[in-house]
Design a protein around this ligand. Structure first.
Ligand SMILES: Cc1ncc(COP(=O)(O)O)c(C=O)c1O
Length: 392
């Protein structure tokens, strides 16, 4: 007798990656079937590819309300962040320019910041408050006479908290500092208007908004004089020479389509997703005592819920979540899970930080799935609290 096939877990890990929207897949598909190099300017295959790339650039620009020429395509947000930080701070014009960032950034900012620091750049890591947000006064106090670039996450990828970017941006303008935002989790989820938001550089990623993996973009505001920005590597002249290399046309088309869909559907989708998030939180808090919601319940992403559980052995919690695909608040790259640096920066005690689940809800989740999740999480937490042997 064969064992019954395991049921596919319900996907609730939308901050790690979102499912590809079938409409995005359909838009990409034709571009996987033709040879399409957008830099080939001697024949119609290349011209059509270049047109498709420019159309995608316009779609991204419309979502963000910026000019298409202010966007360059990259392989994702990690590359866009690296380009923003290293491109400015290692440009030949950079003379002892310093960076201010926060302790609650994604590693795609923390790691380049640390590398810059090892190479001699002054880097200040501003602490965040118990909701993972920057306090503007504390941020102001951390600026030094060397500071030229500030990099802050727009919406936190673990707890969803939205930083006060408009206030920080105004302060940066007053002090003539450039502001970079990692907006990977925010783009397509909350409205962003770059015609009024005082941000100079902004990173986004295709696979966080129902587009493909391996593509993203960096917004670079056109200013006079232009922002000093050096490419990370050399090669062809693509993307204004700032990001050389053949563009993945199908992926770029996918990113453009994903942005167009987000522009059309964001308001309704945010309302629906926030409703599911509230249903999940209310369901869990009515079934379980000793649970804590991390982050800022008011200034947060519609699809984020980050919950810690008292009296639960953290390392086993995730392994017991077989019906739902979620992630923990811990970095599991090592054998011994470590509590998330974001939760630690917020002051969450280590044991509680380890016993944490991050839910990322989105476009394709249903109320029925949320009810299964409430049931499943409540059952596992109760079992782990009452029967220590099951925790082994
Ligand atoms: C806030 C944030 N920045 C950067 C990244 C990295 O994005 P990508 O996978 O496009 O390089 C992620 C993805 O996990 C993220 O959540």
């Amino acid at each position: 007798m064969t064992a019954p096939a395991p049921r596919t877990p319900i996907y609730l890990d939308g901050h790690a990656t979102t499912p590809l929207d079938p409409r995005v897949r359909d838009a990409m598909w034709p571009w996987l079937l033709v040879p399409a190099n957008a830099s080939s300017n001697s024949h119609s295959y290349g011209w059509r590819a270049a047109e498709a790339v420019e159309q995608a650039r316009q779609q991204v620009a419309r979502l963000l309300n910026c000019e298409p020429r202010e966007l360059i395509f990259t392989s994702g947000a990690t590359e866009a962040n690296n380009l923003a930080l290293k491109g400015v701070l290692q440009s030949p014009r950079a003379k002892a320019w310093g960076l201010v960032t926060s302790t609650a950034e994604h590693r795609a900012v923390l790691d380049p910041a640390r590398r810059l620091s090892r190479r001699g750049t002054e880097v200040v890591f501003v602490p965040v408050d118990s909701r993972a947000a920057i306090e503007v006064d504390c941020f102001r106090d951390s600026l030094t006479h060397q500071t030229r670039l500030v990099s802050l996450i727009l919406a936190n990828n673990e707890v969803g908290t939205i930083n006060p970017i408009a206030q920080v941006g105004s302060l940066c303008q007053e002090r003539r500092l450039w502001l970079h935002c990692d907006a990977s989790q925010a783009v397509g989820k909350i409205p962003l208007d770059l015609s009024s938001l005082p941000v100079d550089l902004l990173s986004l990623s295709g696979h966080k908004l129902y587009g493909p993996q391996g593509v993203g973009a960096l917004f670079i505001r056109r200013t006079e004089p232009p922002l000093p920005l050096e490419p990370l590597f050399d090669g062809g002249g693509q993307e204004q020479r700032l990001r050389p290399g053949t563009l993945p046309v199908a992926a770029v088309v996918g990113l453009g389509t994903a942005c167009e869909l987000a522009a059309q559907e964001m308001a309704e989708e945010a309302r629906r997703t926030a409703g599911l998030r509230d249903r999940l939180w209310e369901g869990l808090s009515s079934r379980l005592s000793g649970i804590h919601r991390n982050g800022d319940p008011h200034h947060t992403l519609p699809g984020n819920l980050n919950v810690s559980f008292d009296g639960v052995p953290g390392p086993v919690l995730l392994t017991r979540m077989t019906e739902i695909a979620v992630s923990s608040g811990s970095a599991c790259s090592s054998a011994e899970p470590e509590p998330s640096h974001v939760l630690r920066a917020m002051g969450v005690p280590e044991a509680l930080a380890l016993a944490t689940l991050r839910f990322g809800l989105g476009r394709f989740n249903t109320a029925d799935e949320i009810d299964v999740a409430i049931d499943s999480v409540s059952r596992v937490v109760e079992e782990l609290r009452t029967d220590p042997h099951r925790a082994k």
